[in-house]
Design a protein around this ligand. Structure first.
Ligand code: KE4
Length: 422
């Protein structure tokens, strides 16, 4: 496989950006290869700058649930661009998108559009603290909620991949109010509330974890969090940056029937453009400026190009009645092939991770038993066979509506041959 052009660009990039990348997981460090430079994408395929084409299971880490460069989204963005790229003022697109989000996530009685998942979660946590007048936050080991200082504690995703679960550069005072619990272990949360009965503003959780690899919630786990937070007057925040519009049109909260007090959305909601959102109960969000004392702002928040992409994507989702059934069907084919090949798989809808450990992965501790070197070999095997998957054991495979049955079968065959050929 030719990679000269990617190599050349990477060499140049390393003289310009830390590690040559704009986000650590893209550096392919943990899989011992150089990153591929992508030049175009369409449907379930991406093409790198050396002309190699791959079946893509990163889908830009989630946004491309309909596949890359969906015509409806592209057309909406083209039309929006003709009207100007940014106004820094109110416009109709914000209203239409907010209406659509609220229709699918009725728990978001008031919401605000921002520019990234990090910003959405950071703002939701600030609003939770501001309206409860409490400082402590509970997060789960291995969950990743973006890179705001207070949440860079035992984080997943690139933090786990690059072995920086607790980032340097974050003063101890910034994380002393961040309490850690164990995913899928309600007792670990109860113990924190018994210790700090009146100090915890919120519990934040990825309702299906996808940043220590995919770890679905055990039965009653989310209900237990709902009960504990209600009992102690704390808020329950669902970080649905990945699961929102992916596990269902109403995200994990619709799928599992649990109503959080606040929700953070990202990725799919922006149609591939830099747009995210946070929101929740009216009385909470009325604490946010200009109504309340919790300050949050953004030059490009609700940007007209991004709102056009988000509206187009959600509209397309609404007009694809078999979307979630198809995502389920296609991903189940991959799961079955992996299991038949003797691989350890966790799946939640169209999110899947092959773990290289004999232990069932149910939390951070069991995720850490995975063999990263073997995952790196698996990654290389997939890449060399035209399959582009996450360059990290602690991420997810994302399946889109654009993944053809032919490409799903091809992927299943490649996965099923892995053990035999390695
Ligand atoms: P961004 O700031 O990257 O838009 O979103 C942060 C975030 C928040 N919450 C959850 C549950 C997330 O998964 C993320 C970001 N996801 C990672 C992939 N696991 C982004 C990829 C990257 O960091 O390059």
């Amino acid at each position: 496989m030719k990679t000269e052009r990617s190599h050349k660009l990477f060499e140049q990039a390393k003289t310009l950006m830390p590690g040559g990348v704009n986000s650590p997981v893209r550096a392919f460090v943990s899989v011992g290869r150089e990153p591929l430079y992508i030049s175009s994408s369409r449907g379930d395929r991406i093409t790198d700058t050396d002309g190699n084409e791959y079946i893509d299971y990163i889908c830009s880490w989630g946004p491309d649930i309909l596949g890359h460069a969906h015509p409806a989204v592209i057309d909406a963005v083209k039309i929006a661009c003709e009207k100007g790229l940014t106004y820094g003022a109110c416009h109709e697109g914000e209203v239409i998108l907010a209406e659509k989000i609220k229709a699918h996530f009725p728990s978001m009685e008031l919401l605000r559009l921002v520019n990234s998942g990090t910003e959405a979660v950071m703002s939701a946590v600030r609003a939770a603290r501001g309206c409860t007048r409490r400082d402590r936050i509970v997060k789960f080991e291995g969950c990743y909620h973006g890179h705001s200082d207070g949440l860079l504690v035992k984080g997943g995703s690139g933090q786990l991949t690059n072995s920086v679960p607790d980032s340097a550069g974050v003063p101890a005072e910034f994380t002393e109010n961040t309490l850690l619990a164990r995913f899928n272990d309600p007792d670990s949360v109860k113990a924190l509330f018994e210790r700090f009965p009146e100090d915890i503003a919120a519990v934040i959780v990825e309702p299906c974890a996808a940043n220590m690899g995919v770890v679905p919630p055990k039965k009653f786990f989310l209900q237990a969090l709902r009960d504990i937070t209600k009992k102690y007057g704390a808020l329950l925040i669902f970080d649905e940056v990945i699961t929102g519009f992916r596990l269902s049109a109403g995200g994990a909260q619709e799928l599992y029937g649990i109503k959080p007090d606040m929700t953070a959305l990202g990725k799919i909601v922006g149609g591939g453009m830099p747009l995210a959102a946070y929101g929740g109960k009216r009385e909470i969000m009325e604490c946010v400026a200009p109504l309340g004392a919790v300050y949050q702002a953004g030059t490009l928040s609700g940007n007209p190009i991004a709102t056009a992409a988000g509206i187009a994507q959600i509209t397309q989702i609404e007009h694809t009645p078999d979307l979630y059934a198809e995502l389920e069907r296609k991903t189940a084919v991959l799961e079955e092939a992996a299991k038949k090949a003797g691989l350890n798989v966790n799946r939640c809808g169209s999110l899947m991770t092959v773990f290289f450990t004999d232990t069932q992965v149910v939390d951070y501790e069991t995720a850490l038993t995975a063999n990263r070197e073997e995952y790196a070999r698996f990654f290389s095997y997939l890449t060399d066979n035209g399959i582009y998957a996450a360059p990290s054991q602690f991420e997810a495979m994302f399946v889109s509506y654009a993944h053809t049955d032919e490409d799903i079968v091809k992927t299943a065959e490649v996965i099923s041959h892995y053990r035999k050929e390695n």
